[in-house]
Write a protein that binds this ligand. Structure first.
Ligand code: PGA
Length: 260
């Protein structure tokens, strides 16, 4: 695993965007796995800037989002469909039919989940999966206790996640209790993982994910099993890592490392 510690949120976002851009430059028809939440917002802003100012082309890109709340229609301001359209898709040139987001309103969840897995496989698998991390250590909505070989399925949100996400809703009661989410096994099948984390509320989860034991109680720790996983954390999110100096030494010594 590569751990990149950046001085702040802006540098974290730019470094992550640079990695996405490198994948697209090498493979213009790449399949990208997208994440929602407040953390990847800066990464999306930077990708939009690269699209507008540096002709980063998304016209052959296919995307798969990690998750969606169950019960929210696509035009609900807190749905992940809405989020992705607002913050990313409407600003770049990904063909609409290449965008895949789990349905939060299907009448048959098991069938939809199976279809989603098959669709990923048909598209050749995910080349690069963007990830955030929950304060409970989740990736996507794989809450503590999720099988590390789980596939796309319905999941009940943890109390911690509902509390964390209540800030986006008018009332805590408005936060959906269920989500449809790619599984940990689905995520581990991606060819490259980039996990972004910012702020001190994520420090414990990052330390557990990167340096703790691999455990279903911290599903982000499963990325330790991946051959090409990059964690990009700002200083606050990296604060509890015991090997911080070592990661910084490696990154500083890397010849082609993006610096800004
Ligand atoms: P956040 O969510 O970026 O809004 O903190 C991250 C996550 O839960 O994966």
């Amino acid at each position: 695993m590569e751990v990149i510690i950046q001085r702040d949120y802006e540098q974290m976002s730019k470094t992550a965007a640079q990695i996405v851009a490198e994948v697209l430059n090498t493979k213009p028809n790449a399949v990208l796995g997208m994440a929602t939440g407040s953390t990847p917002l800066g990464l999306y802003q930077e990708l939009v800037r690269l699209h507008k100012e540096a002709q980063l082309d998304f016209s052959r890109v296919t995307t798969f989002n990690l998750d969606e709340y169950v019960g929210l229609p696509v035009n609900h301001p807190q749905s992940y469909h809405y989020f992705m359209h607002e913050h990313f898709f409407q600003h770049v040139n990904i063909p609409r039919h290449n965008i895949n987001i789990p349905s939060g309103t299907t009448s048959n969840y098991p069938a939809f989940c199976q279809w989603y897995e098959e669709r990923i496989a048909e598209c050749g698998g995910i080349d690069l999966q963007i990830l955030g991390i929950g304060s409970d250590g989740h990736i996507a909505f794989n809450e503590p206790g999720s099988s590390l070989s789980s596939r796309t399925r319905l999941k009940t949100l943890s109390k911690q996640t509902i509390d964390d996400n209540a800030r986006f809703f008018e009332h805590r009661e408005g936060v959906p209790v269920y989500a449809i989410t790619m599984g940990v096994g689905t995520i581990l099948d991606a060819r490259k993982l980039v996990l972004v984390a910012s702020g001190k509320a994520k420090a414990k989860a990052i330390a557990q994910a990167v340096e703790g034991p691999v455990t279903s109680m911290v599903t982000a720790s499963a990325i330790q099993l991946h051959r090409d996983a990059i964690v990009i954390a700002d200083k606050e999110a990296a604060a509890d890592l015991t090997m911080r100096d070592y990661y910084e030494f490696i990154y500083a010594a890397k010849p082609a490392a993006p610096k800004s």
